[in-house]
Design a protein around this ligand. Structure first.
Ligand SMILES: NC(=O)c1ccc[n+]([C@@H]2O[C@H](COP(=O)([O-])OP(=O)(O)OC[C@H]3O[C@@H](n4cnc5c(N)ncnc54)[C@H](OP(=O)(O)O)[C@@H]3O)[C@@H](O)[C@H]2O)c1
Length: 279
């Protein structure tokens, strides 16, 4: 187990859900932690919680920023480095999901999902890259989704933004390897968070029916996912999932794509039949 005492961690999207649980986990293990998000109220609440958990000498800070705004993210980076006294681990966790059939979702959904989920990670990484290159050590951890290596009905716009992260991360991994900086990607499963609650508010009936048809719809707690995230960071592998069920899905999607499509199309047809029989 890595010793996190004295380490400096920054989490973009650290004021709620998985990011907040992860911030608390690192503080409890002795790290200095800074978080960023948009909403000041949740930043203040989280910072107070982190301060209460911190010991002497641990630094805690919070920043308000929209990750889609490249200039603001770039301007924030030196303030984060100053507040923490450096940076060892950058976690790009900000993001959201919105479901809907591809012919129905508004054009702006495609743009905003790319701006926040994909470009948000790009702007954050680029704001800190030169720090890591000069330091010649550290880790960059990019949060994608299980829907960043496979997809289903209703999640095309979201999946595209999460797949894009992986392409970016593959090249980043090589560029940063020249500077001994690790790069990793993380595919969280369905996790109980404020983000999931929001996503569920207007989820299409067919998406709900697909989930109820699937034998693979376990919902994790944010703390479980944050724990798996830290273990993954300590192991330093490139691709990372949570739990045995996610590992089976990941392995099947990668090595048995035909069978994976066959099974998921079967679930889709049953779900569509269910929805049709209700209307
Ligand atoms: N929960 C799941 O089931 C699940 C599954 C797969 C992948 N994921 C991914 O895991 C990550 C965390 O998800 P979560 O469910 O924990 O989300 P969450 O509960 O909604 O928390 C998201 C965090 O990101 C921040 N954020 C959102 N949009 C932002 C923006 N434009 N600029 C800056 N910060 C922003 C939020 O604060 P503000 O809103 O105040 O900005 C919050 O701190 C996301 O990338 C998500 O796509 C989640």
């Amino acid at each position: 187990m890595a010793d996190w005492r004295g380490k400096k961690v920054f989490i973009m999207g650290g004021s709620a859900g998985i990011g907040r649980a992860s911030a608390l986990d690192f503080v409890r293990r002795g790290a200095s932690v800074a978080i960023a998000a948009r909403g000041q109220a949740r930043i203040d609440e989280t910072v107070a919680e982190l301060q209460a958990a911190a010991g002497p000498g641990q630094r805690i800070a919070g920043f308000s920023v929209d990750v889609a705004d490249a200039a603001t993210v770039r301007a924030m980076a030196p303030q984060v480095l100053e507040a923490l006294g450096g940076l060892d681990l950058l976690i790009c966790n900000s993001g959201y999901a919105h479901a809907g059939a591809l012919h129905e979702v508004p054009d702006d959904d495609f743009r905003r999902l790319m701006d926040v989920n994909y470009l948000g990670h790009v702007w954050t990484v680029r704001a800190f890259m030169e720090h890591f290159m000069a330091q010649r050590s550290g880790q960059i951890f990019l949060v994608s989704s299980m829907l960043g290596f496979m997809s289903v009905w209703g999640y095309g716009a979201y999946s595209a933004s999460k797949y894009a992260i992986i392409g970016f991360a593959e090249a980043l991994r090589q560029e940063m390897a020249l500077f001994d900086v690790g790069v990793q990607v993380f595919y969280p499963p369905t996790t109980k968070t404020p983000g999931l609650e929001k996503e569920n508010e207007d989820k299409p009936a067919l998406s709900w029916a697909i989930e109820s048809e699937s034998g693979w719809n376990k919902t994790y707690e944010a703390e479980e996912v944050a724990d798996a995230m830290r273990v993954a960071i300590e192991r330093r592998k490139f691709h990372n999932v949570v739990g045995r069920d996610s590992w089976i899905i990941y392995t099947a999607a990668r090595h048995l794509p035909g069978i994976t499509h066959y099974l998921s199309d079967g679930e889709l047809k049953k779900a569509a039949g269910k929805v049709a029989s209700r209307s």
